[in-house]
Design a binder for this molecule. Sequence first.
Ligand code: SF4
Length: 350
Amino acid sequence: MPEATLKDILSEHTKEGELYLKLPNSWVECFACGHRCKVPPDKDGICKVRFNRHGILFVPYGYVSGIAIDPIEKKPFFHAYPGSRTLSFGMLGCDYHCSFCQNWNISQSLRDLHANSSIQEIHGEEIIRLAVQNKVPIITSTYNEPLITSEWAAEVFKLAKQTGFITSYVSNGNATPEVLDYLQPWIDLYKVDLKSFHQKAYGQMGGVLQNVLDTIESLYKRGKWVEVVTLIIPGMNDSNEELTDIARFIQSISPDIPWHVTAYHQDYKMTVEDFTPVATLIRAADIGYHEGLHFVYTGNCPGLTRNYENTYCYSCNEILIERRGFQILRNRISNGTCFHCKTKIAGRWI
Ligand code: SF4
């Protein structure tokens, strides 16, 4: 008997999806992500982990590719329960194929023969039990793109809500209104990557810029706590013009949305100069503040970017949260306000 492939194994860890429509002649239309694949019988969607069998869309279910306890700052959320830990779980696959992916073993597992990943069968109840045992207040769907595995995340999050957990997504933001409606009751915090402000760059990753912009706006209007991350890649998205466009867009939704500008390091197929210079991160952060954002943070270079890891009151300029990397050194936010001038600081505070 030939050994089962990863594709075979994943096919056995599925159930019928909820985020799709049946079309004539056994086609289906999936709307878990912005690709809205119309999938003929016996074919896969672009993500390769959702597939049509005899006119039914099967979707990932009942496994994780990884599960770990992380600081919430690692996701990164800087304005949500600072200093808390989250139980993070992920599945396999992605709707993008970014050449610089820092999680490519997981995200590209069915596209790239060199990707090395495996899965562990698990029930939603076991994930909750692990979170309870480890006394974490937050459960996060991350590592792969959670939108494409939303039925599984929703199942876990429904159980999580019964037990009083906070829930979060770490996502590329290629959503649809339907998937955001579906997740609305179950999700509290949402991190979106805004990787570029040019459709050409998004096209190379397999994405659509406008979908991401719409997602950020929609999440904000839905009352979710949103933080935006831009991985700054030298030569790709580090011009003053592009950084200004990104900052202006975020500011137009709300100056209270934190913007993380994080350092790239060589990974996967992207081999441009290694590590984003610290000066570039500081320039990006300065642009964010100049465009009126209240909270801009540098990432992936702890201790190297002056005070750009800290939270300051945008009204009186007092230091509110002092950080180094994922560590909270001091937190002076009191009842969601600046301890000094009482200005309300946007976020979800303990
Ligand atoms: S999740 Fe996205 S990529 Fe995957 S099948 Fe659905 S629409 Fe296509």
